[in-house]
Design a protein around this ligand. Sequence first.
Ligand code: AMP
Length: 362
Amino acid sequence: MKIGVIGGGQLGRMLALAGTPLGMKFVFLDPAQDACAATLGEHIHADYHDHEHLRQLADQVDMVTFEFESVPADTVAFLSQFVPVYPCAESLRIARDRLLEKNLFRSLAIPVAPFAAVDSQEELEQAVASIGLPAVLKTRTLGYDGKGQKVLREPADVAGAFAELGNVPCILEDFVAFSGEVSLIAVRGRDGTSKSYPLVHNTHRDGILRLSIASHQHPLQGLAEQYTASVLAHLDYVGVMAFEFFEIDGGLKANEIAPRVHNSGHWTIEGAECSQFENHLRAITGLPLGSTAKLGESAMINFIGSVPAIADLAAVADCHVHDYGKAFKDGRKVGHATVRSIDSAILQRQLAAISVLMAAGN
Ligand code: AMP
């Protein structure tokens, strides 16, 4: 089985690491010369709009999947003429646009913070008048890791904010005073069966995920599964989807979905019976889904900008290091580590040991 992947970053790389033992081969299409997945398969070095190379990809693979959601709609439509594409074009169309996404949640009775479409500075001012401050202005498309958004705290922040985000279609959301952020990683097969991993508690800084801790029997697990199941069924979704929620007043408010394997699910490589990467591949190729049960306590810490010395990380008990092989650069996700333990107090000590190495700039 040969799988085409649009994008050749760390998610593509971890898909290949999971699929190779299942006898799968991978072809990545990515414009970056130094795409970090390239060492694990073939690399078609081309732009996402390049029909000649997209056709070349489609001709040599059994199916195509994606490692990011901002794939141009035209790319998906073009590929779909020649080869099965998972998840489907409609899932990508919704997930890449924050307004369509929020409208979908609302139509499925999934709670969301008040929001409004904003296509000009004048509409921004009207939206602020009805939603109030603080609020978050976000570009509808192409935002990730806190990019393409601005928190508006006082009236002075509103002036010129639409231009600051590039005069592009936006959405204004009420600022949610959440008590925590959680995500549910779920997988749905081609036959409609689905499974979910335990809810993950996430900590972000500067809009970038830093730490994910897999929960132990979270009281909101059932509710998160119910909301996610309704989105999966509505989209007739195939593959792994991540659903990010804000935890507030003992309930959940939907933030966003990612139609792909997700950073907050990296712990599943060592921390669950079958990882999110293997389960995504099982789902799209029609294999039975693997168990999503957790193996003890797990947490994942992201390395942003640089990876501490491998020898130091390897000295931390039950620490599993992933260096993506990317050039180190401020603000860039270049690796992660997952720690596992039978006990959450020990897990905290393992995390503290890694934090010390990160702070020391090792
Ligand atoms: P996003 O790209 O929408 O996931 O936003 C990145 C991070 O910004 C989230 O994980 C939150 O920490 C924060 N954030 C986004 N939207 C809101 C909101 N409406 N209220 C409060 N914080 C938010």
